[in-house]
Design a protein around this ligand. Structure first.
Ligand code: NAD
Length: 429
């Protein structure tokens, strides 16, 4: 099947590579000329485990190529996937101008039947608007269908998530489009849920918001654990053993961030509001998330008193492990607070240093995890990179001014840290 992906970012590029991997003929298009040039030169603009090798394998086999022209995509491909950004406006609502622009561009060159598949995360009823827009701006009055196919991948494990997803959601009303979508996804051998367009769009926001809610829930339990001298790790384990609850997304921490949860939760609150529903539960989850970060900062201030002229060793800058993505990263927002309060921040992240340096030039970037400890008044773990567990913590202790560790991800072994002579604070224990 000839497939075009419009928007070659975290979602589009990885999806395109996986489609090529299962045998489709894929054209990945992006409006950013520098990005296309670098992709053509064999450079992947972000870190995702396994992606570079998958791209080069499929480029070599001729199944994956890159371009800048939506017109070329419309001309040569039967299915056109939209994977452009849907960032938030200041009020939390979704900025849909990228999606709208692509719809107009498609309309401008549409000559024969195409399936337009929305993979970007969009408010319910966006598909209807995309269809109206194509209809309005199409010169040739060619046939087309609009399908919603939300994406559930997680950065850091995107390839595994795409190749072996829990479910594939297809929102469409036309049999012709549904058959094409089934053919595209046939090689993935995964349960497919076929719904109407609006329900598919809602499934994405409802799922992401539920996961955020689950994290906020355990973070609130963590605060109760701290106040009652209980251990959130044990409480989460006890809850998670109940199959109705499940163990995943019950890791207490310094809060959720990233390019999806904060914007999707704010968007869903706004979407509900516009539909006349007050989603108080979700507003509360967002507010607990804010509070969680503040609570962690308070703990650090409680020990160090003023942060001015203190040196803070920061482990982690990406919003989660196995990615270089720093969008809405809690680690970055902690770094910003430390800097604003006058601290020197010595930071290390295995993959996100270049992006972090651009965003916060005042960071003092270190060559290794161990180096953040040099002259530090405390070390803060802000991203759950596994390798931070295996740092030479004893050597780090010798380099620190005082052996304080604030573990915002409950990554380290509390007993071992205490045995090594650290004063250790986790979350909810
Ligand atoms: P991204 O910013 O990494 O990539 C988007 C790409 O689209 C960019 O390369 C940009 O240059 C390109 N683009 C913008 N306008 C274009 C146009 N008119 N024509 C061609 N290309 C254009 O964004 P992303 O993280 O891949 O997210 C894309 C969508 O997928 C968003 O709606 C997001 O909410 C959703 N999503 C993201 C994730 C994730 O983990 N990143 C997961 C699921 C869903």
């Amino acid at each position: 099947m000839k497939i075009a992906i419009i928007g070659s970012g975290y979602v589009g590029l990885t999806t395109g590579a996986c489609f090529a991997e299962v045998g489709h003929d894929v054209l990945c298009v992006d409006s950013d000329q520098a990005k296309v040039k670098s992709l053509r030169g064999g450079n992947v603009p972000f870190y995702e485990p396994g992606l570079e090798a998958m791209i080069s394998r499929n480029v070599a086999s001729g199944r994956l190529r890159f371009g800048e022209s939506v017109a070329e995509a419309v001309e040569s491909c039967l299915a056109l996937f939209i994977a452009v950004p849907t960032p938030p406006h200041a009020d939390g609502s979704v900025d849909l101008h990228y999606v709208e622009k692509v719809a107009r561009e498609i309309a401008g060159t549409l000559q024969e039947y195409r399936v337009v598949v929305d993979k970007s995360t969009v408010p319910v009823r966006t598909g209807e608007k995309v269809a109206q827009t194509i209809e309005r701006y199409s010169k040739q009055r060619a046939e087309f269908d609009v399908v919603s196919n939300p994406e559930f991948l997680r950065e850091g494990s995107a390839i595994a998530d795409l190749m072996n997803p829990d479910r594939i959601v297809i929102g469409a009303s036309s049999e012709r489009a549904i058959e094409i979508m089934k053919k595209i996804y046939e090689p993935f051998r995964t349960p497919m849920l076929i719904t109407d367009l609006n329900s598919a769009e809602l499934i994405k926001h409802a799922s992401n918001s539920f996961l955020a809610l689950k994290i906020s829930y355990i973070n609130m339990i963590a605060q109760i654990c701290e106040a009652s001298k209980a251990d959130v790790l044990l409480v989460a384990e006890g809850m998670g053993l109940d199959r109705r609850i499940g163990r995943s997304f019950l890791q207490a921490g310094v809060g959720w961030g990233g390019s999806c949860f904060p914007k999707d939760v704010s968007a869903f609150i706004r979407i509900a509001e516009e539909l006349g529903c007050d989603f108080r539960l979700l507003r509360e989850a967002a507010s607990i998330n804010e509070q969680q970060r503040e609570h962690f900062l308070k703990k650090i201030r409680g020990e160090l008193w003023l942060l001015r002229d203190k040196t803070i060793g920061l482990l982690g800058l990406a919003f989660k492990n196995n990615t270089d993505d720093i969008r809405q990263s809690v680690a970055m927002s902690l770094a910003e607070s430390f800097l604003q309060e006058g601290a020197v921040v010595r930071a290390f992240d295995p993959k996100a240093m270049a992006k972090a340096e651009q965003a916060l030039p005042k960071l003092h970037l270190c060559a290794s995890g161990e180096e953040v400890a040099h002259g530090a008044d405390c070390v803060v773990v802000a991203t759950e990179w596994e390798e931070f567990r295996d740092l030479d913590w004893l050597a780090m202790k010798k380099r620190m001014v005082s052996p304080l560790v604030f573990d915002g991800r409950n990554l380290l072994d509390r007993g071992r840290m205490a045995a090594w002579g650290f004063s250790y604070w986790g979350i909810g224990r």
